[in-house]
Design a protein around this ligand. Structure first.
Ligand code: ATP
Ligand code: MG
Length: 577
């Protein structure tokens, strides 16, 4: 491809609308343009990136026994009513009616459509497993679309589905897809980790998220230095040495004035005590019902754990009015003593006594609280966020917390949809059974953004070789010079003959402009044709990632280029670890 004939509208200035690096660089490099909130046009270069990512995904999914199909994006509401999600999915589901007043939605995911397809076709265990996937535009009316391609409303997803006859076979489909995902992200050149993820109300251990490690990630993951444990902190269990409740060994509770001390820190300052001796009482609303959650003063409540402990669907922090109505005090003075709602206490608090808690009265706290003696705890449970100081829940080893971007999710669905939608088959004894399903997503457009978050520098994008819009950019520094022009054209033809996806910068621009654009676009291999080099019989080369420059002999260019390209590739593999 010739730069002069490409639509690559690069920008010199960073557009004000962009907050994160990937968004800024995708705009500056002329790869995407915003249409409206959360919706982007992929310009030719951006589309090349998506196509390269999709190609690798397709190859690996096919190798794992999944076949590609394409389902409609618009879905009938009736199917969603059958599965029960028409009510539960929330406002991310964009619903509308057709001219006949029938309900429809834009597909945020395709469990209903694919289950409907398979139940109509499959009758016998002999027809299972069925493994299907598609690469398609999804729509989710996200409450806060942001960070460009990272969280769009319209985005490209690869979604796959497996249908099996037995739990064992379903696990096989799951783990084969899990293995395919590892190969996909490896080939894409990313530093990533599969982590245990929350599997929602379905339970079981069969959900993993694939996280690209990057500072801009919205997710936090915990991983162990001493074993292979890695989990989303939403899900990471906190391990406590089992200890009995220490009861009755502190003085009688005493109410004291704590004027204007709302936060844990303010209370600790005022009373001259460590925050760890304070119990934080948080009021939540779970499926419309208020509950109190107790954690140590310096801890954070984990909403996902709370949801599971309460067997709830929807968990929200109570608003100020509700807190006042329930505790007769402004926010900041809630406590478990005398509270007339269910009280859930974090396991960690079991090991201690003599705590300070809010007194459900403005400007007051209780001292010397012993939970077993003074409060009625509905249930003790693991309710807090894990920290880097906690021990690995699997081996007791050293944990580290780091940020990640969720680029993929594999999920053992079990019979959730097949039960609701009656996707059944006859087993070898002629008995009717329900199919066991798995679903597996990769955010194709998010992968592009995540790759840039992980790989960029001051000059611009540093694309991993297999997702870059081109393998190589060939800079002709002096297109007006007949000798340089002829050589550049000759090398361009040679590279194309070798199967290299090459962009020839043939524009009549200053060398500085060409160098800047080449760096901004992030193409892994740069070849520079100029009269100085040619006089020495070489073309210069630069590895975009390492910045290492070299010179390739013009007369042995084919071999020299191949060897150098391999070197650059090896560099990428090595940094993936
Ligand atoms: P998130 O927690 O980030 O909202 P999710 O868990 O709802 O994502 P899934 O339903 O698991 O997402 O979707 C599969 C994949 O699709 C995700 O792993 C992610 O890579 C991608 N994805 C989900 N939502 C978006 C979005 N709004 N924009 C871009 N990609 C997305
Ligand atoms: Mg997910």
């Amino acid at each position: 491809m010739r730069f002069s004939q490409c639509y690559i509208p690069t920008l010199k200035e960073t557009p004000a609308e962009a907050e994160v690096v990937s968004h800024k660089l995708l705009l500056r490099a002329g790869m995407v343009r915003k249409l409206t909130s959360g919706m982007y046009t992929y310009l030719p270069l951006g589309l090349r990136v998506l196509n390269k990512i999709s190609r690798i995904i397709r190859e690996e999914m096919q190798a794992a026994g999944y076949q590609e199909l394409l389902m409609p994006m618009v879905q009938p509401g009736d199917l969603w009513k059958e599965s029960g999600r028409w009510e539960h999915y929330g406002r991310e589901l964009l619903r509308f009616k057709d001219r006949n007043e029938r309900d429809y939605c834009l597909g945020p995911t395709h469990e209903e459509v694919v289950t409907d397809l398979v139940r109509g076709e499959v009758r016998s265990y002999r027809q299972l497993p069925v493994r299907l996937f598609q690469v398609q535009t999804k729509f989710r009316d996200e409450i806060r679309p942001r960070f460009g391609l990272m969280r769009g409303r319209e985005f490209v997803m690869k979604d796959a589905y497996s249908f099996d006859a037995t739990a064992q076979a379903a696990e096989k489909s799951y783990w084969e897809c899990h293995a395919a995902y590892k190969r996909i992200f490896q080939r894409l050149g990313l530093r990533f980790r599969p982590v245990e993820a929350d599997s929602g109300s379905i339970g079981g251990n069969f959900s993993h998220e694939f996280m690209v490690l990057a500072e801009a990630g919205e997710d936090m993951i915990a991983f162990c230095h001493d074993c292979d444990y890695a989990a989303n902190v939403e899900r990471a269990e906190v391990y406590h040495q089992p200890t009995g409740t220490q009861s009755g060994c502190c003085p009688t509770a005493e109410r004291v004035a704590t004027p204007q001390a709302h936060t844990v820190e303010e209370v600790a300052d005022f009373l001259h005590i460590p925050v760890t001796t304070i119990i934080k009482t948080m009021i939540y609303v779970v499926d419309g019902q208020p509950v109190a959650v107790l954690v140590r003063g310096d801890r954070q409540v984990n909403d996902v754990k709370l949801k599971h402990v309460c067997h709830g669907q929807d968990v929200q922090l109570a608003n100020a009015e509700m807190v006042t109505a329930l505790t007769q005090a402004p926010v900041g003075f809630a406590g478990p003593l005398g509270l007339q709602i269910p009280v859930y206490a974090d396991n960690e608090l079991k090991a201690g006594t003599d705590y300070v808690t809010g007194a459900n009265m403005a400007d007051s706290h209780w001292l010397h609280v012993d939970l077993a003696r003074d409060a009625s705890v509905t249930a003790w449970a693991d309710l807090r966020m894990i920290t880097a100081e906690d021990a690995c829940p699997r081996c007791g080893g050293r944990l580290e917390l780091t940020r990640g971007i969720e680029v993929g999710h594999v999920f053992m669905l079990g019979r959730k949809y097949s039960d609701a939608m009656q996707a059944t088959f006859l087993d070898e004894h002629g008995q009717e059974q329900t199919m066991i399903m798995g679903c597996y997503g990769i955010g194709v457009s998010r992968v592009a953004a995540a790759a840039i978050e992980q790989n960029h520098d001051e000059q611009g994008i540093v694309f991993p070789p297999d997702m870059a819009p081109f393998d190589c950019v060939l800079l002709n520094l002096d297109p007006r010079n007949a000798q340089t022009l002829a050589k550049a054209e000759e090398i361009y033809a040679l590279l194309r003959k070798m199967g290299v996806d090459v962009l020839l910068d043939d524009r009549e621009e200053r060398p500085g402009v060409k160098f800047k654009d080449a760096d901004l676009l992030g193409i892994p291999l740069q070849l520079i044709v100029g009269c100085k080099g040619l006089a020495r019989g070489v073309v210069e080369c630069k590895d975009r990632r390492s910045g290492v420059k070299g010179a390739l002999p013009v007369d042995k260019l084919e071999d020299a280029f191949a060897a150098w390209a391999q070197e650059v590739r090896d560099g990428w593999t090595a940094q993936q670890g």
